[in-house]
Design a binder for this molecule. Structure first.
Ligand SMILES: NC(=O)c1ccc[n+]([C@@H]2O[C@H](COP(=O)([O-])OP(=O)(O)OC[C@H]3O[C@@H](n4cnc5c(N)ncnc54)[C@H](O)[C@@H]3O)[C@@H](O)[C@H]2O)c1
Length: 391
């Protein structure tokens, strides 16, 4: 694994847990973790359960006993690490968004296609697909329970940079993160809604905004927390969006709205998706991730209404491996499920999803949103991926 902070910890928890919960054809051994700071990565290796540590990610590539490279770094290093790992025959799990640019994402997808021919697998970490209620949402749509999908309404709202004194961390720098709220959290709802509906976004009209344009330089940072550099009053320019809002068309005929913001005061990590179809509607809210709201318009009129389904039965996706019905799960389980599916795919020679090609398609939507916002919200088509895409 490369990176030991927020996603490094979440993925480590999943790697530690996955074989103790799921019966899988292969076992994960947590061989080597990489970070750039020796004392910190040594501490992380000990705390997170890795056998050894290194300060150079190339050590993961050159070691013969390493089969999988898990990339948990900011977007500016995804392409370089993934390309080297795939070329060396390592299976790759890469955090989202796949890359900082479409060009990088295309190169990574081409490398993944070449590697696949040699039996090397790759996957992008859109973990919310693996929340059982989200997987079940997709099944309801696929089974025709919603009929023809007319509307998709998706919001992903946070508030961790509302304070203008919050420092200029890597997530606020375009050269490190690619984009702001758009690529960080907007990417999740783009992938999630395409996954659930089986439809792809074909065009968008977008607005983006950077509300606070200058911020103090950072000291220490990890995940969504950071300190200000105590050395002085220096500031730097925010080069990404704080919020992105767009309307979209999906290739199955649905109209969609998306809102991604880090300025939604009071909203900590509020991901909500509602889908309306000709036969029913379904709603997912991450703050109540064990539940789905389902409206079945085929029921007798006097019985109609939104039903709350508690997605904790053994028949629900992933749930038979966990606890008795009603014994709820949380955020970290989505990562354990991600590792479950990844290990199974690698061990059985199947292609895991979302593939790099799927993630490239998300990147193309991010790109269309950015371009539309730059030209006064004009309608902007999503470029074709030119690679087979399965959502
Ligand atoms: N799936 C999700 O829900 C989710 C949530 C948060 C972040 N992410 C994604 O995960 C990735 C990492 O985000 P994070 O929140 O963990 O960031 P973070 O700042 O918490 O951690 C980044 C880690 O990468 C390390 N790092 C940076 N450059 C490196 C390099 N060249 N070599 C070795 N180590 C390096 C840092 O030292 C740190 O350990 C990003 O792509 C982000 O978009 C995904």
């Amino acid at each position: 694994m490369v990176g030991y902070a927020f996603m490094g910890a979440a993925h480590s928890q999943a790697w530690r847990t996955v074989n103790r919960v799921f019966d899988l054809p292969a076992r994960a051994r947590m061989a080597l973790i990489c970070g750039r700071d020796t004392p910190k990565v040594a501490d992380a290796a000990d705390r997170l359960g890795w056998d050894a540590y290194t300060t150079d990610w190339r050590d993961l590539i050159t070691r013969d006993d390493i089969d999988v490279v898990d990339i948990c770094t900011p977007g500016d290093s995804h392409a370089e690490i993934a390309l080297a790992a795939l070329a060396a025959g390592k299976h790759v799990l890469c955090e989202k968004p796949l890359a900082n640019t479409v060009a990088e994402a295309r190169a990574m997808t081409a490398a993944a296609d070449t590697a696949r021919a040699a039996g090397v697998r790759s996957m992008c970490g859109f973990n919310y697909r693996r929340v059982p209620a989200v997987t079940m949402m997709r099944q309801l749509v696929a089974d025709g329970r919603l009929g023809v999908i007319r509307h998709v309404r998706a919001t992903y709202l946070q508030d961790w940079i509302v304070d203008p004194q919050f420092p200029l961390v890597w997530r606020l720098q375009k050269d490190r993160a690619g984009s702001g709220a758009l690529g960080d959290i907007g990417a999740h709802i783009i992938d999630l809604t395409q996954f659930v509906t089986g439809q792809r976004i074909t065009g968008v009209s977008a607005v983006t905004e950077t509300f606070v344009k200058e911020r103090p330089l950072p000291g220490e940072s990890s995940g969504l927390a950071a300190t200000v550099d105590g050395a002085g009053p220096a500031t730097g320019t925010v080069t990404v969006d704080d919020a992105a809002v767009f309307v979209a068309r999906l290739d199955g005929g649905a109209l969609a709205t998306y809102e991604a913001s880090r300025f939604a005061t009071g909203r900590k990590n509020a991901l909500r998706v509602e889908i309306n179809g000709s036969l029913g509607s379904v709603v997912f809210d991450l703050e109540r991730l064990n539940e789905l709201e389902f409206y079945d318009a085929t029921r007798p009129g006097v019985e109609q209404g939104f039903n709350r389904i508690l997605v904790t039965e053994g028949e629900h996706p992933y749930m038979s491996a966990w606890w008795p019905p009603g014994h709820i799960i949380g955020y970290e389980h989505s990562f354990t499920h991600q590792m479950r599916d990844f290990i199974e795919a690698v061990a059985t020679g199947a292609d895991p999803a979302p593939s790099f090609a799927d993630a490239l398609q998300v990147q193309l939507v991010l790109d269309a949103v950015t371009r539309s916002a730059e030209i006064g919200s004009s309608w902007t088509e999503v470029e074709p991926a030119l690679t087979a895409v399965a959502v």
